[in-house]
Write a protein that binds this ligand. Structure first.
Ligand code: CTP
Length: 430
């Protein structure tokens, strides 16, 4: 790996094709501002990888050979927007007026816990920064200074590895220093149809035990990203193949039955989502449902999953799953959709699907739940609180009860229009 002279090729045409005009112009301006300070400035990381692959990505990370925080402030002063400084990491996020966020760091600061012993030669700090990263495909830089705009700087053959569809680490201790990179390797394998090279794979396999001593939030951060990729079940099977699940979920907790549950969950979610294009609002919690299915067999499995929650919404959905699978509620096959709505309205669709799968509900009930979820996403708002007030009903918890009743009546096909709904309220509540 020890290349002090990088391969340099121009990616200008690709950049012009892939990046939106306004971002391209902004990058050129940033490059010129860096020129004024005599800083070299580069795009770095995922966006460079994606530009090489030919995928869109607007997650812009910039590294300067100079003071990144100072540079971010200067950009905000001259081009507008605001800066958030993360002192601890020596980085800054510049929020441009357009809303675009750009992370700016000084070369090497991100990894300053591993100080460099290299002499200061041209580009040594950039090279050092890149060398500390996870994989060759993520360790390329794209210069944005005016005279070299679009020049790819590739010390570690990332370009060739992309061509050969390889995920390759940059140094032997990479997985030991950061075991979450094993999850990242699987993510990039899955996302791009790449494969770890032989040595990377071996090192991943011998480092998997480090997963058990890695903090839950750090693992969760990567699991979140991995399980939100297109094929979470394949990703999970790959984790099993590498031995990761032994240390994540514990040994002997993963078998063909678990794979079937995961697959059934995915199919169910896809069916409901595709039939109702509008509601993708809570898909962000899907990943933790996969985790819930993985951990379910274990005693207290769902409680353990809570340790991976990254926010209250994640916590909440696990609570919902727990509540649904432990409640004794038996659903009759004959239950009307409106009555089902009374029982399930407060639960998120992902939690309900997870419950149906984990409880292994019979086909009839599964179908009923599917029909219900699809129907509930199409419930129109027949009347609202203002109209209830106009009927002289004072605002109170009664409001939400009435609105729920109206939804249930609609699902039961007892009412269809606003007029029906108003008549329904007058008959029942006035
Ligand atoms: N990185 C790393 N080791 C990690 C996490 C991140 O070396 N454990 C580096 C990689 O160079 C990566 C960059 O930090 O490209 C940004 O990380 P992140 O945003 O997590 O990943 P991306 O590669 O941008 O992936 P994505 O496209 O999914 O955002």
């Amino acid at each position: 790996f020890d290349r002090s002279t990088p391969i340099e090729i121009s990616l200008i045409e690709r950049i012009e094709k892939l990046l939106p005009e306004n971002i391209l112009e902004l990058l050129k301006t940033i490059g010129e501002k860096a020129d004024n300070l005599n800083y070299r400035a580069y795009m770095i990381g995922g966006i460079v990888r994606d530009l090489v692959i030919g995928r869109q990505n607007d997650d812009i990370d910039i590294v300067v050979e100079g003071d990144g925080i100072y540079f971010a402030k200067l950009l905000a002063n001259s081009l507008g927007g605001s800066v958030r400084v993360h002192e601890k990491f020596g980085t800054a996020t510049w929020k441009h007026l357009s809303g675009l966020k750009i992370d700016i760091t000084s070369a090497r600061t991100e990894y300053y816990e591993y100080p460099s012993a290299l002499p200061t030669v041209e580009m040594s700090s950039l090279r050092e920064d890149l060398l500390r990263r996870d994989f060759t495909i993520n360790a390329m830089a794209l210069q944005i200074n005016k005279s070299n705009f679009g020049k790819l700087i590739d010390f570690f053959h990332g370009y060739k590895d992309i061509d050969e569809k390889k995920v390759k680490i940059l140094y032997n201790l990479s997985f030991v220093e950061d075991p979450t990179r094993i999850l990242r390797a699987v993510r990039f394998e899955q996302r791009f149809g790449f494969e770890m090279d032989k040595q990377t794979l071996e090192l991943a396999q011998i480092s998997v035990d480090k997963i058990s001593s890695t903090s839950k939030p750090r693992l969760a951060h990567e699991l979140n990203k991995l399980l939100m990729e297109e094929n979470p079940v394949e990703a999970i099977c790959r984790l099993q193949e590498l031995g990761v699940l032994n240390y994540l979920v514990g040994p002997n907790n993963f078998d063909i039955e678990t794979i079937q549950l995961l697959e059934r969950f995915k199919v169910f979610v896809d069916e409901v989502t595709f039939s109702t294009e509008s509601e993708n609002s809570c898909n962000e919690q899907l990943w933790i449902c996969y985790l819930a299915i993985l951990f379910f067999k274990q005693e207290n499995g769902l409680q353990l999953v809570k340790d991976f929650a990254l926010n209250n919404e994640h916590l909440h959905i696990v609570d919902e799953i727990y509540h649904l699978v432990t409640s004794e509620q038996a659903l009759s096959d004959e239950i009307q959709l409106g009555n089902l709505h009374k029982l399930l309205k407060k639960f998120k669709k992902e939690a309900i699907i997870c419950f149906a799968i984990l409880k292994n509900l019979p086909e009839v009930k599964t179908k009923l739940i599917k029909t219900y979820l699809i129907a509930r996403m199409a419930i129109p708002k027949l009347i609202d609180g203002r109209e209830l007030k106009a009927l002289n009903i004072p605002p109170s918890p009664l409001f939400s009860k009435i609105l729920l009743e109206i939804e249930c009546a609609y699902l039961n096909k007892d009412i269809f229009t606003k007029k029906d709904a108003l008549r329904f309220v007058k008959n029942e509540y006035l």
